[in-house]
Ligand binder design. Structure first.
Ligand code: SF4
Length: 432
């Protein structure tokens, strides 16, 4: 039997700039902070909901509260001069000038890091399949058109460009038939990652239209769903009107011999504490889904080894599998959230040391960079030189995986392209 706890939140209704001022917690914070949110949210997508506001945010701890940081755009997320320009345009009440300023700032924020819009788009019969990405041999990403929003937005989102209403920046597909034909032409693909945005914003009937044709593809072994709905709207799996139907859909996937791998995005242990999330996890596991967890390491939200250790411990005790700690990508308000690679590695190691073997399924810190997923294994002193030891967990060329390589140690580098090869080499081995 699935858990159906008391329906405390009713139907999902987003909270945006239009109605956030009605929320009692938000009304309590200083006027100046509310104004800053209003300005920053002209640029960065802002959307949340009553569950996040009432269950996850500690309003007494605002603005430092990690979940407040996670969902509320802030002044320091924009460059001071960009903030001032947007603020002035907003105060002047000139919509056109405001739109121009907002887009000027957005375009400077690297909307599509690691070539995600232009690279890895597969072709079939000479036609580019928009809304699909095929970077690693065994996995194809599919961006269903109905799933390109979220129950709440993260301020650090690397897919923020999906939410700002510009068709040129967006990738999505309505054509599951293209995906099926592509999979039949590429039997090496064993996994499809359905992602967004968040596919769980779709009604079950719509999600089924995307998933059911995939069940006919024999070479496909896993359907992964990338989602933050367990953290942001767990009622999707309990009291939403079509929650039971959703769980039955997942059961059908498993009954057809495919793994339903739910890739859950949890940024902070607090997201795992509430009654609704626990009931939702129980229901998903009851539908035979496997839940793996992942999140980026970001300043102001989870830049602390104890926070990660606690998160992984709670995940394991709830039956989840810790999977990835990511390095924040080079996009959006990167400067506000970034943690240097050296510090990221120390945080990862500090957390990893604290947890039992059951939580050591986690891998990181990992950069989803252009050539592949690169993990910082650690630091070492080799022949008198301090170096980072790195490895590919995934790579454009599968032969690169698992081959250690070395970069000169840096206390400040925050991404792969800021690293230099160690031992005087002119380039890394994977650079032709
Ligand atoms: S849930 Fe995922 S896709 Fe949605 S805003 Fe957060 S990071 Fe971005």
């Amino acid at each position: 039997m699935y858990a159906t706890p008391v329906d405390a939140y009713g139907r999902y209704e987003p909270v945006t700039l239009k109605n956030i001022h009605d929320h009692p917690g938000f009304r309590r914070i200083p006027e100046a902070l509310r104004h800053e949110v209003e300005v920053a949210a002209q640029v960065l997508p802002f959307r949340t909901n009553p569950y996040v506001l009432d269950e996850l945010i500690d309003w007494d701890a605002v603005p430092d509260d990690p979940i407040f940081q996670l969902v509320f755009p802030q002044r320091a997320m924009l460059e001071p001069e960009a903030f001032a320009r947007v603020e002035a345009a907003l105060a002047a009440g000139d919509r056109d000038a405001l739109t121009r300023e907002v887009w000027r700032v957005r375009r400077a924020m690297n909307p599509h890091p690691a070539g995600q819009l232009t690279h890895n788009v597969p072709e079939l019969d000479g036609r580019r399949l928009a809304g699909l990405q095929h970077k690693y041999a065994e996995t194809v990403l599919f961006f269903p058109a109905g799933g390109q929003t979220c129950h709440a937005f993260c301020t650090y989102c690397f897919r923020w460009a999906q939410f700002v209403g510009d068709r040129d920046l967006k990738f999505e597909s309505n054509r599951v038939e293209d995906l099926v034909r592509y999979l039949r032409a590429h039997p090496e693909v064993t996994d499809v990652l359905v992602t967004g945005g968040d596919p769980m914003v779709m009604k079950t009937a719509l999600l089924a239209r995307y998933l059911e044709p995939l069940l006919e593809v024999e070479t496909l072994r896993s359907i992964r769903i990338g989602s933050k709905s367990l953290a942001y709207w767990p009622m999707r799996f309990t009291t939403d009107p079509d929650a039971a139907e959703l769980l039955r859909l997942f059961e059908r996937v498993v009954a057809r011999g495919k793994q339903l791998a739910f890739m859950a995005h949890f940024s902070h242990p607090r997201e795992l504490e509430t009654g609704p999330v626990r009931a939702a996890i129980q229901n998903l596991l009851g539908a035979d889904a496997v839940i793996r967890t992942q999140a980026p390491l970001v300043r102001h939200v989870n830049d602390d080894a104890d926070v990660w250790a606690e998160k992984w411990r709670r995940e394991v005790s709830l039956g989840l599998v810790p999977y990835y700690m990511f390095v924040e990508r080079d996009t959006g308000p990167k400067r506000y959230f970034e943690v240097p690679l050296a510090e990221a590695q120390r945080i990862f190691a500090g957390a990893y040391r604290q947890v039992s073997g059951l939580a050591r399924t986690v891998r990181g810190p990992s950069m989803s960079a252009f050539p592949g997923k690169v993990r910082i294994v650690g630091t070492a002193e080799v022949a008198g030189e301090k170096v980072f030891v790195l490895e590919f967990l995934q790579a454009r060329d599968p032969s690169w995986v698992g081959r250690p390589f070395f970069a000169r140690y840096s206390e400040t580098a925050t991404w792969l392209d800021e690293l230099e090869p160690a031992f005087g080499a002119a380039r890394f081995f994977y650079e032709a």
